[in-house]
Design a protein around this ligand. Structure first.
Ligand code: DX5
Ligand code: ZN
Length: 219
């Protein structure tokens, strides 16, 4: 089952609640919350108060929080309290990886590690048993609307192969950046099952059609 996680970075922030409701009604499985600190990535986006408000307005939604921040360990509890269901942090961050995994689990959240385009897939393999999901970045994190990097496909395939060899059938592989119906199909073929899409969903005139197209279905 392919899941679609629209990235709210591409939403109109003046109408955020309404737009999130719209994409959920259109069939999206979760909401992807891109948190940037202007340090780990060269951009600042949004943080805990935005998640908190969204969660109050749309309590049933599943919140997929992507932390592009240097010190995720210091912010786990506030994001969990605000409503995060799954927290992704970067293998390249400055927090200790094991402690960060443990803190997310202890807070009762699902846990994922993300790797940037220049980080080899092999680097995340030692952590697979402890994870619910791996996020393979298919653009340099920091901005929406960038072109998909084909190098993500081999990395997805490598992680899927190792997960299968280890019997980790539950491991989700998410891909983020430049996802449209064409790149989505390639990612699914490689072994991805959670597709993040900002522009392709929020900038579309028909979000139901957009979500269906990403799943490889007619609208
Ligand atoms: C990039 C973010 C992505 C981004 C995706 O740093 O992690 O989630 O919003 O946007 P699109 O789908 O427009 O490439
Ligand atoms: Zn993201």
């Amino acid at each position: 089952m392919i899941q679609i996680s629209p990235s709210i970075l591409a939403a109109d922030f003046s109408q955020l609640g309404q737009q999130c409701k719209m994409v959920l009604d259109a069939g999206a499985d979760m909401l992807h919350i891109d948190v940037m600190d202007g340090h780990f990535v060269p951009n600042i986006s949004l943080g805990v108060p935005v998640l908190e408000s969204l969660h109050k307005a749309l309590p049933q939604a599943f919140y997929d929080v992507h932390l592009m921040i240097s010190h995720p360990l210091s912010y786990i509890q506030p994001f969990v309290d605000a409503g995060a269901d799954l927290i992704t942090f970067h293998l390249e961050c400055d927090s200790p990886v094991q402690q960060t995994i443990d803190a997310i689990r202890k807070a009762g959240c699902k846990v994922a590690i993300s790797i940037k385009p220049n980080t080899p897939a092999e680097d995340v393999l030692p952590w697979l048993e402890q994870l619910d999901m791996v996020l393979v970045m298919s653009v340099e994190p920091g901005f929406g609307g960038q072109a998909f990097m084909e190098s993500a496909l081999d990395k997805i395939a490598c992680i899927r192969k190792h997960a299968q060899e280890k019997g980790l059938d539950h491991l989700m592989i998410q891909v983020d950046g430049g996802i449209n119906p064409t790149t989505a199909a390639a990612c699914v073929k490689a072994g991805a099952d959670v597709l993040v899409a900002g522009s392709a969903v929020f900038r579309s005139a028909d979000s139901k059609q957009a979500v269906a197209n990403l799943r490889g279905q007619e609208g």
